[in-house]
Design a protein around this ligand. Structure first.
Ligand code: CA
Ligand code: CA
Ligand code: CA
Ligand code: ZN
Length: 475
């Protein structure tokens, strides 16, 4: 497991003890006297400002860190634009955009939830006045007339737009082509109802791939555009039977939508992950927007549990609870197609599995869906809900910004103090590093140690900027 992780991932996360020879790990999660607090604070600041994307899990598309999209804006003779083009540009791109209660632009949303790892920049062109009134495109069967509008809009802008600029990764297909129209969608699943689709056309030498069609509505909320970008750019499915816990699920707030769920964020590498295995006995801290914990089915590496600390503040303000939120993912299932066939769902701590029975708008979220002391403090084969694959999480703490839990069925391992911060030579040779069970882990040579960064009081990030690889060790 460890070796596979190390070899296959650009980001390696390993729990380990310090060998006297390597002394590579310098923070034991308790107290290291050689590290004064202001020094730690400075390093944390550095870590944030220079954060680079981590490799993630690879289940969904991972776009370029900065992705350029094209947004073509349209109005109609019977639905004229209520917002000037400059305002549409601000809505998509302006840092700190507000309008009514809308919190931030589309760019802000993704920049924020990706912890600065994904920047979406939209070029805005238009307005284009459609040939037919909006009522025409809203009729017809299914999305046939949306396709008609898409073709019409592309033909209109092709002479002045170089679509090849929007193939960000040079693979021959654009990533983020959007059409945003004046007014509101009318009928679910018909006409111009917001959706992501596929354009089978080649322009300027690139295939126009998936597109996002979105309405402006009456107040420029960001839910719909951000949700459609989830489909278009990342390939995320609609999370039906998922409640309010993701922007790909319920539409709780147009103006301050919840983030993408933490499993998808970890899949992108936007939050770090610690992999736990059945032979580990340890106690961990978990903080909001911090490290997530993963437990993979030992006999099927596409199935896993993932859990984080979610507090209902900020982007999560519309949730009705807080604590440890636990997901179960199955990469062998495509999307959430019924209450009993879901690629991703929340394992509800109250054990009533209400979200499998119904969806939007209820049940949305519930305080007792979260694990915390006072509700449910254990998740194992003997509890309701029951854990599969040998996972046991127990002794979950009360709700707070720093929650704790223990894992495993044995005695929690204790750590030796790491001692003073060692001096580490650049271009050091292969270093012997041992995990909690004393197994020697084969770690590639460290060629260029840029810095050591304590992370959330639990980790050291070791960078290897020479080849862009990074390794993250926790202790
Ligand atoms: Ca062109
Ligand atoms: Ca591309
Ligand atoms: Ca429930
Ligand atoms: Zn959708």
């Amino acid at each position: 497991m460890y070796l596979n992780t190390i070899r296959s991932a650009l980001l390696c996360i390993v729990a380990l003890l310090v060998s006297p020879l390597s002394a590579l790990i310098v923070w034991d999660g308790k107290i290291v006297p050689a590290w004064p607090e202001d020094y730690l604070a400075g390093l944390r600041k550095t870590a944030r400002s220079s954060a680079a994307p981590q490799s993630g899990f690879g289940f969904y598309t991972r776009p370029k860190d900065t992705t350029y999209g094209l947004t073509m804006i349209v109005d109609f003779s019977d639905q004229q634009a209520a917002f000037p083009a400059e305002q549409i540009n601000d809505w998509l791109n302006m840092p700190g955009f507000t309008m009514g209660n809308t919190k931030g632009s589309v760019r802000d949303y993704y920049y924020e939830i990706s912890n600065g790892n994904f920047l979406l920049v939209n070029d805005v062109v238009g307005y284009y006045r459609a040939k037919n009134p909006k009522s025409y495109y809203e009729s017809g069967s299914g999305y046939s007339r949306a396709t008609e509008l898409v073709n019409e809009v592309i033909a209109n802008f092709d002479p002045t737009v170089d679509f090849s600029k929007y193939d960000n990764d040079g693979n021959g297909t654009t990533e983020a082509i959007s059409i945003v129209y004046a007014g509101s969608g009318q009928t679910w699943g018909q006409g111009l109802w917001p959706h992501s689709g596929y354009i089978n056309q080649t322009k300027d030498g690139v295939r126009l791939g998936s597109y996002n069609m979105c309405d402006m509505g009456s107040s420029l909320g960001i839910y719909v555009f951000c949700h459609e970008c989830g489909h278009m750019i990342f390939g995320w499915p609609d999370l039906y039977w998922f409640g309010d816990y993701c922007i790909m699920g319920n539409r709780m707030s147009d103006v301050n939508p919840v983030p993408v769920n933490d499993f998808f964020r970890a899949d992108q590498g936007w939050i770090p992950t610690v992999d736990l295995t059945g032979d580990m006995n340890a106690r961990y801290a978990v903080r909001p927007n911090g490290t997530g914990y993963r437990y993979v089915n030992p006999s099927n590496d596409k199935q896993m549990y993932y859990w984080t600390n979610v507090q209902n503040t900020g982007r999560y303000a519309s949730l009705r609870g807080k604590g440890i939120l636990l997901y179960r993912y199955d990469g062998g299932i495509r999307g959430n197609t019924s209450g009993t066939s879901r690629c991703l769902y929340v394992v509800e701590a109250d054990g009533n599995n209400a979200m499998a029975a119904d969806q939007w708008p209820s049940p949305g979220s519930a305080a007792k869906d979260f694990f915390y002391s006072g509700n449910n403090t254990e998740f194992s084969s003997a509890t309701n809900p029951a854990a599969a694959w040998g996972l046991k999480i127990y002794d979950i703490s009360t709700v707070s910004d720093t929650m704790q839990f223990s894992v495993g069925t044995g005695v929690v391992a204790t750590h030796q103090p790491a001692g003073a911060f060692p001096s580490i030579a650049v271009n050091s040779p292969m270093l012997p590093i041992f995990d909690l069970l004393g197994r020697n882990l084969t770690i590639p040579p460290i060629n260029n140690i840029a810095d050591y960064t304590p992370y959330r009081n639990r980790m050291i990030i070791i960078r290897q900027p020479a080849d862009g690889r990074r390794q993250l060790y926790i202790h």
